[in-house]
Design a protein around this ligand. Structure first.
Ligand code: NAD
Length: 419
């Protein structure tokens, strides 16, 4: 697949072009933003537990680093390819710019199903991948973090491998590390907490309350689970959650803590016993609820199924879970959509705090982290709402315009090399 072929890349590209036309972006700036700055494809061979060798394809793409070092997660998923990685890197550029971080956009991944590998095999895979891409990453160049299929342990192996290559400890090369090796308080739940903050801002804007709202969460992972916990604590009723195996539903609300415990031990929801019934992922998306949080993968709500969605607020916890067609349709139907580059920015914001803390060797307490996260997201939410009002566009386009305004300013100031 070429760089520009995946549905996610086409979608990101289209979003960029529409926002650029709406805000009258300098065409020279637009031209530069269409292409990733650098894309590396690597073979990652490892010895499996049975003694055979298997080679996986890995990628790291840096989209734009005008404002600062590249920042973006590493994904382990069978669908990972160069084009999807490039699209996600582009979205990271816009996300960092929108929320005002001094960082650029990057993304990485390996085409693999991590559930099929043992812990030892995953460690070998991570260490070999880190070795293969080490020449284009570093605390001042590009700083990876966890994404689908990776976690704090993955980051610890990655940081250790990079440090072995350098000959000294480099905590700032990744974020999302465990606390014991320089991770930040609040990072693990930051993306989900940020989603919950954004849901609160949206409820306030619409004159609704989180308390008593019914919520369904598509994808009960590192983003979906903490968002459920946070909203549940505020009195929302979490009526349905799902994973790749299917969804569970109880109209009176699920026992979120029991669900968190269940998935923590790498169990599928389809095998969970309790006071709920099994439904499909498609049925979850179509539930008659107040708030829908798609927090699994991209392209979940499309022009084919958007007419089934009934939620009044849709918070894009995942990257690109709604296609442009779906967003246009649902906005016309009166749904309020919190776009991904705002809604799930909590992770990269606290990653930024982790990076800053690591560079300064001075660590903040959780209250300071959560308060600063809240304030940055609240300000960014306002920026998006103002752009939506000013340009008379949906929240998705408005978020892109907010990001492009900051990027345009920075790119103009730096100019083009060579002049
Ligand atoms: P994760 O691997 O922890 O969880 C993903 C969840 O989605 C799991 O429950 C998985 O079973 C489920 N899932 C996967 N494929 C599915 C499918 N086809 N149908 C239904 N469910 C499916 O991943 P995560 O870190 O929570 O990331 C989820 C999304 O959020 C991704 O789009 C990711 O890029 C985005 N995101 C993550 C972070 C972060 O900090 N982890 C930050 C920003 C954005």
């Amino acid at each position: 697949m070429s760089l520009f072929e995946s549905p996610l890349f086409k979608d990101a590209f289209e979003q960029l072009e529409i926002a650029a036309a709406t805000m009258d972006l300098d065409p020279n700036i637009l031209d530069r933003l269409k292409y990733p700055k650098r894309a590396l494809q690597v073979a990652v061979p490892i010895r499996l537990d049975d003694g055979t060798v298997k080679t996986f394809m890995g990628y790291r793409v840096q989209h734009n680093m005008t404002i600062g070092p590249g920042k973006g997660g590493i994904r382990y998923h069978p669908k990972v390819d160069l084009s999807e990685t490039a699209a996600l890197a582009m979205l990271m550029t816009f996300k960092c710019a929108l929320v005002g971080l001094p960082l650029g956009g990057a993304k990485g991944g390996i085409q693999v199903d991590p559930n099929e590998l043992s812990r030892q095999e995953l460690q070998a895979l991570t260490r070999r991948y880190a070795t293969e891409i080490n020449m284009i990453i570093g605390p001042n160049i590009d700083i990876p973090a966890p994404d689908i299929g990776t976690d704090g342990q993955t980051m610890a192996w990655f940081m250790d491998t990079y440090s072995q290559i350098k000959g000294y400890t480099v905590p700032g090369v990744v974020t999302g590390k465990p606390i014991g090796i320089g991770g930040s308080l609040g990072r693990a739940e930051a993306t989900g907490k940020g989603v919950a903050y954004c849901v609160n801002f949206a409820c306030k804007k619409l004159g609704r309350t989180v308390k008593g709202s019914t919520v369904a969460i598509h994808g009960f992972g590192k983003v979906g689970a903490p968002a459920a916990e946070d909203l549940g604590e505020q009195g929302a009723l979490i009526v349905a959650i799902s994973d790749v195996s299917g969804a569970i539903y109880n109209k009176d609300g699920l026992d979120v803590e029991a669900c968190v415990e269940w998935v923590k031990n790498r169990n599928y929801l389809k095998d969970m016993k309790g006071d709920h019934k099994m439904i499909s992922n498609d049925e979850l998306l179509a539930l008659d609820i107040d708030i829908l949080i798609p927090a699994a993968i991209d392209g979940v709500v499309t022009k084919d199924n958007c007419h089934t969605v009934k939620a009044k607020i849709i918070a894009e916890g995942a990257n690109g879970p709604l296609t442009i067609d779906a967003i246009e349709h649902l906005t016309k139907q009166g749904a309020f959509i919190i776009p991904d580059i705002l809604c799930n920015a909590g992770g990269v914001i606290v990653s930024y705090f982790e990076w800053v803390q690591g560079l300064q060797n001075f660590f903040w307490d959780l209250d300071r982290i959560n308060k600063t996260l809240h304030d940055i997201l609240e300000e960014s939410f306002e920026v998006v709402c103002e752009a939506a009002d000013h340009y008379k566009v949906d929240m998705k386009k408005a978020a892109m315009i907010g990001a492009l305004k900051r990027l345009e300013k920075a790119m103009r100031l730096r100019g083009l090399f060579p002049a």
